[in-house]
Design a protein around this ligand. Structure first.
Ligand SMILES: Cc1ncc(COP(=O)(O)O)c(C=O)c1O
Length: 400
């Protein structure tokens, strides 16, 4: 049995060291926890069988609830999150859906930031509403608006910052404090920042969610999610919900994400450096109306981002002049390094058209231009700039 440190908060290691070593640095044998696949777990005697099953699912009792591979990953993610306990889920989408499901029952009311990832919105609108939960959206930049939306039956506030596609930055500590004062739980999707750039639990959030399919894995070949909390009862509730739904994190995928964590810090720094170079270049282009990134001093979210975040990731938005929508085929076809595909957080650069506008209730997404989402990968930035230059030139040529 591998050894794990129970209270990660006692660790003094810097985040980069934690990511590289994890909390099992003293373990002998293979450097990374090997893949342990299992459904049935065998016991030597009935007393041991009964004792192990009497406890909670935090030990290897049946493959569904985890094996050494997923527990090792969970321990390291909890360390990166600044302490607590982590549940690993089959995807980021599962992490979101199962966290929310753990917090609500029929008749409850939840407040959701208007800038959330599309599938989060769909889960709330199409699933939670069906089961009698009242779902209301609020402007993630307006703390006063959040205050007045609380009802006697409000049980949870859900945040995502920066917002999907639009990259607005919420004052997470302030919003979490407002919710906490009313004994309402706060959940946050922190996939953009990862705990290396921002630690939601330190900011007062109760449930920190990651799509581990993105930066944690880093190679665009894994689906996984993580949910981290510091309250042991909340952890038990989430772990139980995940078990009841039969959500299973594959040990092979856990292994890959665990391996991905080892290089997370160095990858995040390169994503940031590349994104900043691309932004600097794009800002000077006549085709570009605006860049959506809190790293820009002119961005409305810059001050809060600078206060709360240790850096930026590789994901940002570009609002092109509206006429570029008509020539988007020229823009996207012929790209050599940037690939056209959903998701982000891998080593490769991506570019996709983004259209969040129709689903926003409060703060409309930019509709004065053609919004494109860029993920800066790990390539040489000069090559990426050459690819973008060729794409914009192709599109300009078609416009005439
Ligand atoms: C911000 C954000 N959260 C969560 C998810 C969902 O994660 P997964 O793709 O692992 O289900 C995504 C996917 O694109 C995302 O962009």
């Amino acid at each position: 049995m591998l050894k794990r440190t129970a209270d990660i908060r006692k660790t003094t290691a810097a985040p980069a060291t934690l990511a590289a070593h994890g909390v099992d640095a003293r373990v002998r044998g293979p450097v990374n926890t090997p893949v342990q696949r299992a459904s049935t777990i065998l016991y030597d005697d009935v007393t041991e069988y009964e004792n192990r099953h009497a406890g909670f699912y935090d030990r290897v009792i049946y493959g569904l609830y985890g094996t050494e591979t997923s527990f090792a990953l969970a321990a390291d993610v909890a360390a990166l999150e600044g302490g607590g306990q982590t549940v690993v889920t089959a995807s980021g989408t599962a992490a979101i859906a199962l966290s929310l499901t753990s917090c609500v029952q029929a008749g409850d009311h939840i407040l959701i930031a208007d800038c959330v990832y599309g599938s989060t919105r769909r889960f709330c609108d199409e699933m939670l509403r069906r089961f009698g939960v009242e779902v209301e959206y609020f402007d993630p930049l307006d703390a006063t608006q959040l205050q007045v939306r609380f009802r006697p039956n409000t049980v949870a506030v859900y945040l995502e910052s920066p917002g999907s596609h639009t990259f607005e930055v919420s004052d997470v500590p302030a919003l979490a404090a407002i919710a906490r004062k009313r004994s309402v739980l706060t959940l946050m999707d922190n996939t953009w920042g990862t705990p290396l750039l921002f630690r939601p639990l330190d900011a007062g959030v109760d449930i920190s969610i990651q799509s581990a399919s993105k930066y944690f894995s880093g190679h665009s070949d894994v689906m996984l999610g993580t949910v981290t909390v510091r309250n042991p009862e909340l952890y038990a509730r989430i772990k139980d919900t995940v078990g009841r739904f039969g959500d299973h994190a594959s040990p092979d995928d856990c292994y890959l994400v665990h391996r991905g964590l080892r290089t997370l810090d160095v990858r995040m720094r390169r994503h940031e450096a590349n994104a900043l170079e691309l932004i600097e270049w794009l800002q000077k282009r006549p085709e570009v109306m605006r860049i959506l990134s809190p790293a820009l001093p002119t961005d409305p979210g810059h001050a809060i981002w600078k206060r709360d975040y240790a850096g930026m990731s590789g994901l940002f938005g570009v609002v092109l002049q509206p006429q570029f929508e008509a020539v988007r085929r020229s823009l996207f076809s012929g790209l050599k390094l940037f690939r056209l595909g959903s998701s982000w957080g891998g080593f490769e650069s991506l570019m996709v058209p983004a259209a969040p506008a129709p689903v926003r209730h409060h703060r409309p997404a930019p509709d004065d231009g053609f919004l494109v989402r860029i993920h800066a990968g790990l390539e040489d930035p000069a090559d990426l700039i050459a690819d973008l230059d060729a794409a914009l030139t192709r599109a300009q040529r078609e416009l005439g």
